[in-house]
Design a binder for this molecule. Structure first.
Ligand code: PMP
Length: 388
C-alpha cells in the first residue's frame, strides 16, 4: 500500500516535492560560483519575506532555538534589562536564554490561552529602562498569536528594541518588520518556510545592528557572534566567496527554491490561504464540539490549532487512533495543560485535502475512543466553512 502518512504537527511539516528534490542534489563546494549565486539570492529573498528592506538577513545552520540564542547573545550585555511578552512555553525559553547572557528579565504573562494585558505591558515599560522586548508571534505551545503590530507601537514609545520569535509564524502569518517597527525577527526552516530542519533564519533591522555595533563587551557565543557572520552574509550577497563555518549547502539550495515559491505565490495570497484553511479546520473542530486553547478568535494563530480533548479521552490512545488513519499529530506542550489538549500544524504547502483528511481522522479516533457526537459533523462544518 502507498505510504500515505501525513505529518500534521506544528513543525517539521510536509515539504514540497521540488524542495526535497533540490535538497537531494549533489552537494557542491560552499564557494562554487553557482552556490554563491544561490546563497546571495536566498539572502535577498529573506529580506522580502520578512518585509525588511533595510535589514540584514542571517542564514546559519542551526534550529529555531539557535535563532533565539543569536538574537539574545548579540543584543544583550550583562546587566541589560529585557521584557518578555509571554504567551507560553517559548516565552519561558526566551527568558532562560536572556538570563544566560546576563540580562535581568521581567515577564508579563497572559492567562493560558490568552494574551497579556496591554496596560500591564505599558506599565512595565514605564517602570524600567529595557534594552529590548521580546514577543512570541505564535506560541506553538498554545496556538496563541500576539498582536505584534500594536505591541511594537507601544515598545517604540519607550525606545525599546523589539525582537519577534516568528518560528511558528513567518511565511504563514502577516509580519511586516519595517512597517511595524520590528528590530529583529527570526524563524527556522522546518515550519511555514517549508524546508527540512537545520537552518536558523534571522533578519536584524538597522537599529538592532547599530545596537550590536555599539557593544562594549564581546558576544558570549562564538558560533552565533554576528561579527563572524556579518561579513559572510555581506560577501555572499556581493557574490563573493567567503568562509566562517561551512554552510548547510543543500539546505540553503532548498531554502532558495522554497523562498522563490513563497514569493511567487505572493505573501498576501499565502497569508489568505493560511487563514482560509485554518478557519475551515477550526470550524471543523468546533463542529465536533471541541474547544480550543486560545480564548479569543482574534488571538488565534492560523498556522496551527490547539484543541482541548473532550472529557474522558485518553491522549495516547487518541493519538494512536489518529496514526492508524495515517496522520501524525502532536500532543500537548504547555506544562500546565499538557495532557488536556493536542496540536495540529497546518502551514506551508498544506492543502484543503490535508485539512479534510485530518478532520476526518480526528472524528474517527474520537468516536472510537468513546466520545459521543454526530459522526461527520466536523467534516461537514469544514466543507461548509471552506466553501462559504
Ligand atoms: N520558538 C517557537 C515559537 C517554536 O515553535 C519553536 C519550535 N517549535 C522554537 C522557538 C524552537 O525551534 P527549534 O525547535 O527549531 O529549536
Amino acid at each position: 500500500m502507498k505510504d500515505q502518512r501525513l505529518l500534521m504537527i506544528p513543525g517539521p511539516i510536509e515539504f514540497d516535492a521540488e524542495v526535497l528534490m533540490e535538497m537531494g542534489k549533489p552537494t557542491v563546494s560552499h564557494v562554487a560560483p553557482d552556490f554563491i549565486e544561490v546563497f546571495g539570492r536566498a539572502i535577498e529573498q529573506m529580506r522580502e519575506l520578512f518585509q525588511c528592506h533595510d535589514g540584514q538577513p542571517f542564514i546559519v545552520a542551526g534550529t529555531g532555538t539557535f535563532s533565539m540564542d543569536m538574537a539574545c547573545a548579540n543584543l544583550i550585555e550583562p546587566g541589560d534589562s529585557a521584557l518578555i511578552v509571554s504567551t507560553g512555553y517559548f516565552g519561558d525559553r526566551m527568558a532562560d536564554i536572556l538570563v544566560r547572557y546576563g540580562a535581568s528579565v521581567t515577564q508579563v504573562r497572559g492567562p493560558i490561552g490568552g494574551v497579556p494585558d496591554f496596560d500591564e505591558i505599558e506599565k512595565a515599560l514605564n517602570a524600567e529602562n529595557f534594552k529590548l522586548m521580546t514577543i512570541t508571534h505564535v506560541d506553538t505551545s498554545t496556538g496563541v498569536m500576539n498582536d505584534v503590530k500594536s505591541l511594537s507601537e507601544i515598545a517604540k514609545k519607550y525606545n525599546v528594541l523589539v525582537v519577534v520569535d516568528g518560528v511558528c509564524s513567518v511565511a504563514g502569518e502577516e509580519l511586516k518588520m519595517s512597517e511595524w517597527g520590528v528590530d529583529v525577527a527570526f524563524t527556522a526552516s522546518q515550519k511555514a518556510v517549508g524546508v527540512p530542519p537545520g537552518l536558523a533564519l534571522l533578519v536584524a533591522g538597522p537599529k538592532a545592528i547599530e545596537s550590536f555595533q555599539k557593544r562594549k563587551t564581546p558576544v558570549q557565543n562564538y558560533y552565533g557572534d554576528w561579527k563572524n557572520w556579518l561579513p559572510i552574509m555581506e560577501n555572499y550577497e556581493a557574490r563573493k566567496p567567503s568562509y566562517f563555518g561551512t554552510p548547510a549547502v543543500n539546505l540553503v539550495q532548498a531554502l532558495n527554491l522554497s523562498l522563490e515559491q513563497i514569493l511567487a505565490e505572493g505573501l498576501d495570497t499565502r497569508i489568505k490561504r493560511h487563514k482560509r484553511l485554518s478557519q475551515a479546520f477550526k470550524d471543523g473542530i468546533s463542529g465536533m464540539g471541541l474547544k480550543q486553547v486560545p480564548m479569543v478568535e482574534e488571538y488565534s494563530a492560523h498556522t496551527m490549532t490547539a484543541p482541548y480533548y473532550p472529557e474522558g479521552i485518553d491522549p495516547a490512545q487518541f493519538l494512536t487512533g489518529i496514526k492508524e488513519e495515517g496522520i501524525i499529530l502532536a500532543g500537548g506542550l504547555h506544562p500546565d495543560i499538557k495532557a488536556k489538549y493536542f496540536r495540529i500544524g497546518h502551514m506551508g504547502s498544506v492543502s484543503f485535502g490535508d485539512i479534510l483528511r485530518t478532520v476526518a481522522a480526528i472524528e474517527i479516533s474520537l468516536a472510537n475512543n468513546g466520545y459521543e457526537f454526530e459522526l461527520g459533523s466536523g467534516v461537514s462544518a469544514t466543507i461548509k466553512s471552506y466553501n462559504g
